[in-house]
Design a protein around this ligand. Structure first.
Ligand SMILES: Nc1ncnc2c1ncn2[C@@H]1O[C@H](COP(=O)(O)OP(=O)(O)OP(=O)(O)O)[C@@H](O)[C@H]1O
Ligand code: SF4
Ligand SMILES: [Mg+2]
Length: 324
């Protein structure tokens, strides 16, 4: 059984007069201990999907439909009590600014202890303290951090505390939304390596949301490419990133510089996302796609399998006209 199974999920915001569809008909599976990157340009719906799975969407959400089955149980139908249990103990999240949720006037160790105590009120103070010191050690922080205030830590140390907090109840799924984006590349790669080691030891699955395809290439097994709230392509990193079949994935990869080979211009993708408040009957990428035909503007492409767990939503696949 999959750890998380997302089936036909749609999420819409109310922005005054308009209903904005941020996620449309999204389906994907995450197995236990699997690492899955979600990539796509700004506004493609990555965070909305993550917030939906976590049931942390803002108040102006007007529609959430479909199913998000965590160990077979639908997150969208959980009671607040069930959700509280699941949110910390089965899945947890780290955002770019996770540390902002900590109080600036209390020491880190004390705040971590309080979170632990809410869930295990009968645990002894001694055991809780030991658990927090162990966690700090796991994320390579010294004991001194226990007595520190948030403002006394560097950005990298703060993200390590956020990781320790996310791991406090040994979840099965860790969601990271741009969690290392603000760090310098050296600290980012240290932290990512540590996370990969930890998840192996603790048998954790990870969803990695990022703009940075190179982070997905080096830290994930699978990748999901989102555009305008829809999945364009998904599969193993070594298939999708080495031999992308969808014109959007191809454009996205061409937008990143290569450190090898001849120096060349970045091709990028001209234009911008479509208006998500309008009905989009055809392919959502048609306005920007170099291969768009008349059919693309009228008919939504179906998801086609290239092979097991590698699928692409593009008419070219069915028509046998895939471009390199
Ligand atoms: N609170 C909100 N109210 C209304 N619309 C929103 C809200 N949050 C996001 N949106 C809209 O939903 C769409 C998807 O946004 P989302 O933040 O999920 O994208 P993203 O892929 O995470 O982008 P980024 O890479 O910039 O973080 C966008 O059109 C955005 O404007
Ligand atoms: S369906 Fe058409 S417009 Fe969409 S990506 Fe494929 S070729 Fe381009
Ligand atoms: Mg986001």
């Amino acid at each position: 059984m999959s750890l998380l199974e997302i089936k036909n999920v749609n999420i819409a915001y109310n922005t005054g007069e308009k209903k904005v569809w941020a996620c449309r008909n999204i389906s994907l599976d995450i197995n236990e201990e699997e690492s899955v990157g979600i990539v796509g340009e700004s506004g493609s719906g990555k965070s909305t999907l993550a917030m939906g799975i976590l049931r942390l969407l803002p108040e102006n959400i007007i529609e959430v439909s479909g199913e998000a089955l965590l160990e077979g149980k639908d997150i969208f139908k959980m009671t607040p009590d069930e959700l509280r249990e699941y949110r910390w103990k089965t899945m947890s999240v780290i955002f770019q600014k996770s540390m902002n949720s900590l109080s600036p006037v209390h020491r880190i160790g004390k705040q971590m202890e309080d979170i632990y105590r809410v869930h295990y009120p009968n645990e002894s103070d001694e055991n809780i303290k030991k658990r927090i010191y162990d966690l700090l050690k796991i994320v390579n922080l010294s004991d001194r951090v226990y007595m520190s205030y948030p403002h006394e830590l560097s950005g990298g140390m703060m993200q390590r505390v956020a990781i320790a907090l996310a791991l406090i109840f040994s979840p099965k799924l860790l969601i990271m939304d741009e969690a290392t984006t603000a760090l310098d590349v050296v600290t980012q790669s240290q932290i990512l390596n540590e996370i990969m080691e930890l998840e192996k030891k603790m048998k954790i699955a990870r969803v990695m949301i990022t703009h940075d395809v190179s982070v997905v290439a080096s830290t994930c097994k699978r990748v999901v490419v989102l555009y305008a709230g829809e999945i364009m392509e998904q599969g193993d990193v070594k298939d999708v990133l080495l031999d992308p079949k969808h014109p959007y994935t191809q454009g996205l990869l061409n937008s990143f510089p290569s450190f090898k080979g001849e120096r060349g211009n970045l091709r990028g993708i001209e234009g911008s996302l479509p208006d998500l408040s309008q009905p989009l009957p055809g392919c959502v990428f048609a306005e920007r796609c170099p291969h768009a035909s008349e059919r693309c503007f009228k008919e939504k492409p179906k998801q086609r399998d290239i092979k097991s767990r590698w699928s692409v939503s593009c008419h070219l696949i069915e028509e046998g006209k895939v471009h390199d």
